[in-house]
Design a protein around this ligand. Structure first.
Ligand SMILES: Cc1cc2nc3c(=O)[nH]c(=O)nc-3n(C[C@H](O)[C@H](O)[C@H](O)COP(=O)(O)O)c2cc1C
Length: 130
């Protein structure tokens, strides 16, 4: 099974979730800004996360989502952090669906910096999709 973990994070909150998920699935968590972010082979599961900034997604994440192809991603699993709103989950899902990529209904969300319990829960959540 091919798995990838990608995220965008300005202050480390979403990165913390990405790192917990990555550790659970045995793949690196890669920022969408990193040179190795583009998928070089099709994946069965793409874990993809980002936060909400002024009611929207950051341009880096949006741009990355728009590079994804349905031929390269069998299904996506979305995670996010924010101060209050879970709208980022819907925005990410919408971008993926618009590209014909199947998205799991289940998502993982934490308010701002995830607690140790939330990081453990994120790891358990990720393992369900293996
Ligand atoms: C410029 C800015 C705008 C934000 N706008 C929102 C917002 O509209 N709604 C919300 O719930 N949280 C908002 N937040 C809070 C972030 O989504 C939250 O702190 C998130 O965990 C940051 O994730 P990161 O550390 O991965 O960048 C905002 C934060 C910043 C810095």
């Amino acid at each position: 099974m091919n798995i990838a973990v990608r995220y965008y994070s300005r202050s480390g909150n979403t990165k913390a979730l990405a790192d917990a998920i990555a550790k659970a699935v045995g793949e690196p968590a890669v920022s969408v800004e990193a040179p190795e972010a583009p998928l070089t082979a099709p994946v069965d599961v793409l874990f993809i996360g980002g936060a909400l900034y002024a009611y929207g997604l950051d341009r880096h994440l949006k741009d990355y989502l728009q590079t994804l192809k349905k031929e390269s991603v069998k299904r996506a699993v979305v995670f996010s952090t924010s101060w209050l709103s879970k709208h980022s989950l819907d925005l990410i899902k919408k971008e993926l669906s618009a590209r014909g990529i199947p998205v799991e209904d289940g998502t993982f969300y934490a308010k701002n910096r995830p607690s140790p319990d939330e990081l453990r829960a994120a790891a358990d959540f990720a393992k369900k999709y293996l």
